[in-house]
Design a protein around this ligand. Structure first.
Ligand SMILES: [Fe+2]
Ligand SMILES: [Fe+2]
Length: 277
């Protein structure tokens, strides 16, 4: 059985809930895991102290299982290179120093190929939006990034479970009513065309697991919640466990229970895998 732990939006710093992080770290240290996915927003204000704490979390994950970690919009110092003026990689200098130099890692494990794409680009011509509060927040995935993911999946071993990781929510938030990507619903089509079976994302701070019909195929989307006091609608903190066995994908949302000071399995969704023709 494949077991992939998916968490997101830990936002080490002021909003972080240390008791929830400790409980997640305990799960990571004790569960049998094939891989770990961290879909961005590791820091709140990309302060060194936040990134140092995030780095300890990432190192724990890496010690336990192959880990795909990507930056979120909070890990991108967008004001250092607005509209393409400045160094693109400079925006991620601290992230690359403390967390991972590769912004788009990929991991191959027996039975699965996991590819990260960086959807956080700061303010660029291609992220401009009419919503002022989305200006430095909205995500984008360029054509060449989609193409890279597609070509990695195309050369993956036959029958591999293909997982695409991005920070911004691929689906419009139920509570926020906001799209994560500037391309909105077109992003769902682009993601399906990569050949991914599953997309792992976050950003919206509302957990959600759904299978969507797109481009004449099915695509499962795991949106992980947050482990902070910034959850959408006061929802409890949460993370997702993805299991694949005998062609069935089960995704369990683990929700924080304040009274028990622990995560408990809340909802489980099951999907039969159908391969794209
Ligand atoms: Fe976030
Ligand atoms: Fe975010």
């Amino acid at each position: 059985m494949l077991r992939i732990l998916h968490c997101s939006d830990l936002h080490f710093g002021k909003p972080s809930r240390p008791e929830q992080v400790a409980a997640l770290e305990h799960a990571i240290a004790t569960e049998t895991l094939s891989a770990i996915v961290i879909s961005g927003d590791l820091s709140q204000r990309h302060r060194v102290s936040e990134l140092e704490r995030a780095a300890r979390f990432v190192r724990l994950c890496e010690d336990r299982a192959p880990t795909v970690v990507i930056p979120g919009n909070h890990d991108c110092r967008w004001w250092t290179a607005p509209m393409g003026f400045g160094s693109y990689y400079g925006m991620f200098e601290r992230y690359r120093t403390y967390i991972r130099s590769d912004l788009e890692p990929r991991v191959s494990i027996p039975g699965a190929t996991i590819v990260g794409v960086n959807s956080s680009h700061g303010i660029q011509r291609y992220t401009l939006t009419t919503r002022p509060r989305d200006l430095s927040v909205v995500g984008a995935i360029r054509g060449r990034q989609w193409e890279r993911a597609r070509s990695v999946f195309a050369t993956a071993p036959d029958g591999d479970f293909k997982v695409l990781v991005m920070h911004h929510n691929l689906l419009r938030g139920n509570l926020s009513n906001r799209w994560g990507l500037a391309s909105r619903a077109f992003g769902i089509v682009d993601a399906a065309h990569t050949g991914a079976d599953l997309v792992c994302c976050g950003h919206d701070h509302e957990e959600r697991v759904e299978e969507v019909d797109v481009a004449r195929r099915k695509l499962i989307v795991s949106t992980a919640g947050t482990l902070t006091n910034r959850s959408r609608g006061g929802r409890p903190g949460s993370w997702n466990m993805i299991e694949l066995e005998d062609g069935v994908v089960r995704i369990t949302m683990n929700e924080w229970h304040e009274e028990g000071r622990a995560f408990r399995q809340a909802r489980k969704n099951a999907y039969v895998m159908r391969r794209a023709k």
